[in-house]
Design a protein around this ligand. Structure first.
Ligand code: SF4
Length: 209
């Protein structure tokens, strides 16, 4: 709840363009994903955030709550950020695509990866967020976010953890935290979680944190 209150306060400091985009995204019809989703999930965080974290697409819980990274992957992200010495309250957190994409299996809604047309259609919102926040460091969580920002196909294993100068910001590619949730065994989870934290520590080092 404290997190929600912080977010509302942070909105008060946003530029007019960012505030306008957050309102307009609710009516976006640039691709078909709005039709089945509950609502658009825009980014959240302070206007002067030095760090931006970009994921793929809202999940089931994010779609219902209207906030990014509040489900299981968000909990992994929160723990990893804390382990890396980064404060989520000082970061702007968003997704490359703003409406939940899923298929139904009984009562469950199973996440689906957005396609290139949906990522391209939705980039208009991400571009506004990036231009208005202008973070010093941008962490790209997974191949969808990396592709949306770097505008090319990205192989995570070849790109992760290496600072990529990108105009006013330095981008860092790492895995999406949902990848850690999908790993089958505990040893792999521990190993990959440590690698994820190490990537976030690189972001902290770039920020001088
Ligand atoms: S996913 Fe993005 S482009 Fe598609 S309707 Fe939603 S906000 Fe618009």
């Amino acid at each position: 709840m404290a997190e929600r209150a912080r977010t509302r306060e942070a909105v008060a400091g946003w530029s007019a363009a960012l505030t306008e985009a957050a309102a307009q995204v609710a009516e976006c019809r640039r691709c078909g994903l709005w039709q089945d989703a509950t609502q658009a999930v825009f980014g959240e965080g302070p206007a002067d955030a030095p760090l931006m974290l970009i994921g793929e697409v809202p999940g089931d819980q994010e779609d219902q709550a209207g906030h990014p990274f509040v489900g299981p992957a968000g909990q992994v992200l929160d723990h990893a950020l804390a382990a890396a010495g980064l404060d989520r309250a000082r970061a702007y957190v968003t997704n490359a695509v703003k409406h939940f994409k899923f298929t139904r299996q009984g009562k469950r809604r199973l996440h689906q990866r957005p396609d290139s047309g949906e990522i391209t259609a939705c980039r208009v919102w991400l571009d506004i967020e990036r231009a208005e926040i202008r973070p010093r460091v941008t962490v790209l969580l997974g191949a969808t976010a990396a592709g949306a920002v770097l505008r090319r196909a990205v192989t995570i294993s070849r790109t992760r953890g290496r600072p990529i100068p990108l105009g006013d910001t330095t981008a860092l590619v790492t895995v999406h935290p949902s990848y850690l949730l999908r790993l089958p065994d505990a040893a792999a989870k521990r190993r990959e979680y440590a690698a994820f934290v190490a990537d976030l520590r690189r972001a902290a080092a770039l920020l001088g944190a």
